[in-house]
Design a protein around this ligand. Structure first.
Ligand SMILES: NC(=O)c1ccc[n+]([C@@H]2O[C@H](COP(=O)([O-])OP(=O)(O)OC[C@H]3O[C@@H](n4cnc5c(N)ncnc54)[C@H](OP(=O)(O)O)[C@@H]3O)[C@@H](O)[C@H]2O)c1
Length: 252
C-alpha cells in the first residue's frame, strides 16, 4: 500500500517555520523525510534546526525579514540553490497581528500587515512557480485564518489581509492547476502558539471555548496534519480550497 505521507526526497519551504504553527509543520515534514528550509526573522535558528535533526531529517535555516522587499528579493533562488534546484512545497505561513479596529489602525500598521501577510506570499509564490513548472508540479499552501471570514472586531488589518490570502490561493489555483501545481489555503481557528497565548490564560479560556463546538481550542499539530494532507498526493484534485481547521467554530 502506498504511503502518501512519506515525503522522503521532497523539499519544503516554510516561512515562519521557527515557532508556533510553522514549527509544528516543519517537524511534521522532517519526521516524514522531507528536507525543510525554514525562513524566519530571528537570526538564531539553532533550536528549530536541532529539532529537525532529531525528527530525522536535518533542515536549512534562512533569516529574512519578510516585511522588507529587499530581503525577499531572490530568496527562493537562494534556497533552491541549496536544495539542488528543486522545490516541491511552499508554505506561506509567517504572520503577526495588531490589536486594532478600523479607527485605531494606522497607515503604518496597515502597511506592515500588508507587507508580511500579502506581499510576502505573493512574491515568494511568484518566485517559486518557475521551479514547480520545471518539475511538472508542486504544492503551494497559504496559512490564512478564520479571521478571513469571521474577524471578531479586534484585528482589522489582519482580517482584511487574511481574506486577501484566501482569495489569492483561489486566484492562483485557477492559473496554476493546469501545470499540476495545487494552491490551497488553511484557515486555522485559535491554536496554541505565542500569537494566541492570551486566549489560553485560565480566566479567558472558558469564554473562548464557549464558541467552539469541540469545547477546546486547537494544537499546532492539528494544523500540521492539514498541511501534510494538502502537500501530499492525496489532495491532487483539490485546487483553490480553504480548509477550515477550527473545531467547528465557523459553522457555529
Ligand atoms: N495561532 C493561531 O491561532 C492562528 C490562527 C489563524 C491563523 N494563524 C496564522 O498562522 C501563521 C503562524 O502563526 P503562529 O500562531 O504560529 O504565530 P507565531 O507563533 O507568532 O509564529 C510566527 C512565525 O512567523 C515568523 N514571522 C513573523 N513576522 C515575520 C517577518 N517579518 N519575517 C519573517 N518571519 C516572520 C516568526 O519568526 P521568528 O520566529 O523569527 O520571530 C515566527 O516564526 C500566521 O500567518 C498566523 O496569522 C494563526
Amino acid at each position: 500500500m502506498k504511503d502518501y505521507l512519506n515525503f522522503t526526497g521532497k523539499h519544503v519551504i516554510i516561512t515562519g517555520g521557527r515557532r508556533g504553527l510553522g514549527r509544528a509543520m516543519s517537524i511534521a515534514f522532517a519526521e516524514r523525510g522531507a528536507k525543510v528550509a525554514v525562513v524566519a526573522a530571528n537570526p538564531d535558528g539553532s533550536e528549530i534546526m536541532a529539532e529537525l535533526e532529531k525528527a530525522g531529517t536535518p533542515g536549512l535555516y534562512y533569516r529574512c525579514d519578510l516585511s522588507k522587499p529587499e530581503e525577499r528579493d531572490g530568496l527562493i533562488d537562494r534556497i533552491a540553490a541549496d536544495m539542488d534546484g528543486k522545490v516541491d512545497v511552499l508554505i506561506n505561513n509567517a504572520g503577526m497581528q495588531f490589536n486594532e479596529s478600523i479607527e485605531s489602525c494606522t497607515l503604518e500598521n496597515w502597511k506592515t500587515s500588508e507587507s508580511i501577510l500579502l506581499d510576502a506570499p505573493y512574491e515568494l509564490s511568484r518566485q517559486v512557480i518557475p521551479y514547480m513548472k520545471q518539475a511538472n508540479g508542486g504544492k503551494i499552501i497559504m496559512i490564512s485564518s478564520i479571521c478571513s471570514h469571521r474577524e471578531g472586531g479586534g484585528n482589522f488589518s489582519y482580517g482584511v489581509m487574511k481574506a486577501g490570502v484566501t482569495s489569492m490561493a483561489r486566484c492562483m489555483a485557477n492559473s496554476l492547476a493546469g501545470y499540476n501545481i495545487n494552491v490551497n489555503a488553511i484557515a486555522p481557528g485559535i491554536i496554541r502558539t505565542d500569537l494566541t497565548a492570551a486566549c489560553f490564560e485560565e480566566h479567558r479560556y472558558p469564554n473562548f471555548i464557549k464558541k467552539y463546538p469541540a469545547k477546546r481550542l486547537g494544537e499546532p499539530e492539528e494544523i500540521a496534519s492539514a498541511a501534510l494532507f494538502l502537500a501530499s498526493e492525496m489532495s491532487s484534485f483539490i485546487n483553490g480550497h480553504l480548509l477550515v481547521v477550527d473545531g467547528g467554530f465557523s459553522g457555529n
